[in-house]
Design a binder for this molecule. Structure first.
Ligand code: G4P
Length: 190
């Protein structure tokens, strides 16, 4: 998506060898007009899929997912919660997710009330790096018997293995911008 790539070049900062900071429009402040266009683009990419629910994970996925839902006939958006609690709750599906960026584990949970075998799910997230968060969401869908129709990502870091991890699970992955590599602190797209 050209406008997104231009925005990343204009406002993104490479802050570590492999981390892109995009707080000014995605991860802290939200550019609502850009989010709307991203929502429309996800609809185009998954136009042939019958989707009745969008699943994302707190926190940065939520805004993108809500905007996308507007273009999928206002289907409900469910966001997976990140819990540290060790208390087991019968009312939720849960799975462990490892965050490579933060180097910690969390329990990803979704209520059994909001995910079921009737659901055809589009998973949305802001970044795809190692694919741990999206794999966790796929695992939750499997537990619920829901069908994963695809994964929509805003920014994919193509030099990390996330896409291969998801495609190995038979899932269509669509990313609005794919970073090939960082060179001297600059983003280079695929
Ligand atoms: P993975 O889910 O693809 O395996 O990614 P990883 O564990 O490496 O990433 C953990 C968190 O860091 C995720 O957010 C992910 O979206 C984010 N992230 C990964 N790479 C980048 C990057 O280059 N730039 C930015 N800005 N974020 C990145 P999260 O922990 O779920 O946090 P949030 O959604 O609450 O912000």
């Amino acid at each position: 998506m050209k406008e997104l790539e231009e925005r990343i070049l204009k406002d993104g900062h490479v802050i570590m060898p492999d981390i892109l900071k995009v707080d000014s429009f995605l991860n802290h402040q939200i550019d609502v007009a850009l989010f709307e266009k991203m929502g429309a683009e996800f609809k185009k990419r998954f136009a042939n899929k019958q989707i009745n629910k969008i699943l994302t994970i707190e926190s940065s996925g939520i805004g993108v997912a809500v905007m996308a839902a507007r273009y999928f006939d206002y289907v409900p958006v469910v966001f997976v919660k990140k819990a540290n609690s060790k208390i087991l709750n019968d009312g939720v599906y849960h799975t462990k997710v490892h965050s490579f960026t933060k180097d910690n584990d969390y329990d990803a949970q979704v209520s059994k009330n909001y995910l079921s075998d009737q659901d055809h799910v589009l998973i949305i997230d802001d970044f795809l790096a190692n694919g741990a968060a999206a794999s966790g969401m796929i695992a939750l869908c499997k537990q619920a018997g829901a069908t994963v129709e695809g994964v929509g990502i805003v920014i994919e870091k193509g030099f990390q293995p996330g896409r291969q991890v998801l495609e190995a699970q038979g899932v269509q992955v669509e990313s609005l911008a794919i970073i090939d590599h960082f060179a001297n602190g600059q983003v280079v797209f695929q």
